[in-house]
Write a protein that binds this ligand. Structure first.
Ligand code: PAF
Length: 281
């Protein structure tokens, strides 16, 4: 099992020891409930670095008042085992009081990029993400931090934050890991009923269909987007939160597919909100 530390002071001294031994340091920030997708992030960090810290922190500031903070799965022992098996060297699992001590009032906002997709639907979410990620980067001071492409908007926002605030870290984004039937791995998949789980792969099918249309020569983004929306809306029991195609780097609207685009969807199956995306072009 990966050794566990719970304070910023302890993670700093472990990282200092690794650095003193000439090691490169990687960070994989997570909220725990680790699955095979997280294992790939840890393996990628281990390929790039010698000493890999996996943070496990269910970050209260990125959940809305009606979201699943209280019921978010917490599986620290299993997480430590999975992190060890994938090559992690240290798990950092702080308490909320360690991350947000009394009197905490400072937040990071990455504007504009949070005005689309999940931003308006989850007010304050990316402010919470950016704040906790910057804190983790400041505590661990890694050479490389690894994130998953499933949270595409989060990855764009973190890259921009690091660039805008001159944070000395390389941000690495790893491809989405999928179940055999195409469903993107997510800690929230465990909330799905059997019926919801059965139709969930259709989300990725809709995205792949859009990718195929784009590869086949369709460059009109409005047509691609309405096809994507129709395909996702046709999933039995699905309530579409959004289905959008935006510039992959700036998350701005596009009319023609003349540069890489992010096709992203958020869908409710019952009460579970799933997100997924593909890159077009
Ligand atoms: O992607 C996640 O699991 C979280 O948003 C992150 C990056 C660990 C911040 O809490």
């Amino acid at each position: 099992m990966t050794p566990l530390v719970t304070t910023a002071a302890d993670v700093r001294s472990a990282v200092a020891a690794a650095r003193a031994a000439g090691q490169w340091v990687g960070l994989v920030p997570t909220m725990g409930a680790l699955h095979a997708g997280h294992a790939e992030l840890v393996r990628a960090a281990k390929r790039a670095c010698d000493f890999v810290v996996v943070s496990v922190f269910v970050n209260p500031t990125q959940f809305g008042p009606k979201e699943d903070f209280a019921k978010y799965p917490r599986t620290l022992d299993a997480d430590r085992q999975l992190a060890a098996d994938a090559g992690g060297d240290l798990v950092f699992a702080p308490t909320p009081a360690e991350m947000y001590p009394d009197g905490f009032v400072t937040f990071v906002e990455v504007t504009k990029l949070d005005e689309v997709l999940c931003g308006p639907r989850r007010p304050g979410h990316f402010r919470g993400v950016a704040t906790v990620v910057l804190k983790l980067l400041n505590v661990v001071q890694p050479d490389v931090a690894v994130f998953g492409a499933k949270d595409a908007q989060q990855a764009v926002i973190i890259r921009r934050m690091v660039r805008d605030l001159d944070v000395p870290v390389a941000i690495q984004v790893e491809p989405t890991v999928r179940e055999a039937d195409g469903l993107a791995m997510s800690s929230r998949n465990r909330y799905l009923s059997a019926d919801e789980r059965a139709v969930a792969p259709k989300i990725y099918e809709a995205l792949k269909e859009t990718q195929a249309r784009a590869a086949g020569g369709e460059i009109d983004v409005a047509r691609l987007e309405s096809g994507l929306l129709a395909a996702v809306a046709a999933i039995p029991g699905a309530r579409v939160d959004y289905a959008n195609i935006l510039d992959a780097e700036n998350l701005t609207p596009m009319t023609r597919l003349d540069r890489p685009a992010l096709a992203a969807v958020a869908v409710f199956l019952g009460t579970t909100r799933l997100i997924d995306n593909v890159i077009l072009g």
